[in-house]
Design a protein around this ligand. Structure first.
Ligand code: ADQ
Length: 473
């Protein structure tokens, strides 16, 4: 079997041989272990001078990591990736800025990473690139003469054309994406946005079998919703119930219901709106005073980007205001915890709660929603309140789906979830566990890689055929 090379902005840090356990990290590492391969990307370090990749081998997986210079970090990572693409792709044009120098830095880093990777590529390797930091990466590799199959998966939403137009080099970016052999999105709506951009701008055509012909290339463009391993999560949520943190939460909530939210601290996650909808529940239904608490776990990320500092201040202000308004000597309505937890422990915490409150304003998928469902006790499960703008909403039919911009609707959904009869909770939980098992993380990875292997063979045949026709006419 050919070797797999995974490329992502950040190679998950290895601790005692084990990577950080995000969806990308788990899915990708499993695949790498099966086929043997390389994981290439940024080490997370800032260095003065550019240097060759640091190579570390563990079993049949080779980690190849490079440091970034301060200038590269500022322009490529903090700048164009996280201050232009991230907000715009999450429909927050109001928070997006565009700076030509930063875009130039983004292209420069992609080109330089491609050059470093090229030295490691063997003729039969297949290359799987991840996320918005690396949209031009395949084009950079192709310019260096790399002919291997290259696939791309976007973890975040892909915006509709009218929103994408606000990023000045939009056409260059989409054209670059067409240098991949397979472009994968989280949802069908994201796939459709990409196809709309191609077709309405007359840049190419799409056929019913998800093939796109654009900018003189054939590529497959499809939805590959990322999954989890629901049974492993269910097991962990039981195994970790005796941990001290879980016990103390259980004790603290003995006569209260618990609503739980876990996110990275990011403006796309709708945290302020979520707090305000909880406030509305307390206003509308005073019977819940003293009987329900919201625990929000949200460790800060990207804290050197200004917008992230603002959201943090804003959120702390809102939690303080709402607690000041409703708290009693023995009851704090919102507990806001600014820290990371071990993943298995989080799953056990989810299992203690009656409501999973997951209401991003926009989210590619949202793994927390899936993890919440998987960690419930099937005999007495909690209820998931889920934003319609999370990719996960397409796949979790048993959730109470809400519009996170409608605070009253969210407050009503919380009340309904808190009072839902056992039989309905059980039925909704079962409705969600079945698709989670069917579309688990291996299915995501295997479907994508099978398509990449298949399409790259088929498209090289088609391209040769097209060239032959061009010559004959
Ligand atoms: P994220 O925006 O990071 O991911 P999400 O999908 O929810 O969002 O994944 C977060 C992961 O981190 C989850 O596995 C969660 O358990 C974990 N996590 C969150 N808070 C934590 C904490 N306090 N302590 C420990 N772990 C915590 C991006 C996209 C998503 C997409 C994923 C995967 O934005 O839309 O679902 O990639 O493709």
């Amino acid at each position: 079997m050919s070797r797999l090379i995974v490329v992502s902005n950040r190679v998950a840090p290895t601790q005692e041989g084990r990577p950080a356990a995000g969806g990308l990290a788990i899915g990708v590492l499993d695949a790498l272990k099966e086929t043997g391969g390389v994981w290439f990307g940024w080490s997370g370090e800032i260095a003065g001078e550019p240097s060759a990749p640091v190579i570390e081998k563990q079993g049949n997986v080779t980690y190849a990591t490079v440091a970034l210079s301060k200038r590269d970090y500022d322009q490529y990572y903090r700048g164009f990736s996280n201050a232009t693409l991230w907000p715009t792709f999450h429909y927050r044009n109001d928070l997006s800025r565009y700076d030509r120098q930063e875009y130039a830095g983004y292209l420069r880093v992609n080109a330089s990473l491609a050059k470093q990777l090229k030295e490691m590529i063997r003729p039969d390797d297949i290359i799987w690139v991840h996320d918005y930091h690396m949209l031009p990466f395949a084009r950079c590799l192709r310019e260096l003469g790399v002919k291997n199959p290259i696939g791309f998966f976007l973890h975040i939403p892909f915006p509709v054309p009218q929103v994408l137009f606000t990023v000045p080099p939009h056409e260059e970016l989409v054209k670059d994406m067409c240098s991949y052999d397979v472009v994968g999105f989280q949802t069908d709506a994201d796939r459709q946005s990409f196809v709309d951009y191609i077709e309405r701008g007359r840049h190419g055509t799409a056929s019913d079998d998800n093939m796109v012909h654009a900018y003189n290339r054939f590529l497959k463009v499809a939805a590959y919703p990322i999954g989890i391993y629901p049974d492993a999560i269910a097991k962990a949520s039981v195994q970790f119930t005796d941990r001290k943190a879980v016990k103390s939460l259980r004790d603290a909530m003995r006569n209260r219901k618990l609503i739980m939210s876990v996110d990275r601290l990011d403006y796309s996650k709708g945290l302020v709106e979520r707090f305000q909808a909880f406030e509305r529940l307390l206003l509308n239904a005073p019977g819940w005073h003293g009987r329900v608490s919201l625990v929000q776990i949200a460790p800060p990320t990207r804290s050197d980007v200004q917008t992230y500092q603002r959201i943090r201040q804003n959120l702390e202000g809102e939690a303080g205001r709402i607690n000041g308004r409703f708290a009693q000597l023995d009851w704090t309505p919102i507990q806001y915890l600014n820290r990371k937890y071990e993943r298995n422990l989080l799953m056990a915490l989810f299992r203690q709660s009656q409501v999973g409150y997951v209401t991003p304003l926009r989210d590619g998928m949202n793994l927390v929603a899936k993890e919440y469902v998987a960690s419930q006790d099937p005999a007495d499960p909690g209820v998931l309140v889920l934003s319609q703008f999370a990719g996960a909403a397409e796949q979790l039919p048993g959730a109470l789906v809400v519009n996170p911009f409608d605070l009253s609707q969210m407050a009503e959904a919380l009340e309904r979830a808190l009072s839902m009869p056992l039989a309905e909770r059980q039925a909704r939980h079962a409705d969600m566990m079945a698709p989670l098992r069917e579309n688990n993380l291996s299915v995501w990875r295997d479907t994508f890689l099978a398509d990449l292997r298949h399409v790259s063979t088929a498209s090289s045949v088609t391209e040769k055929a097209v060239k032959r026709v061009d010559v004959t006419v």
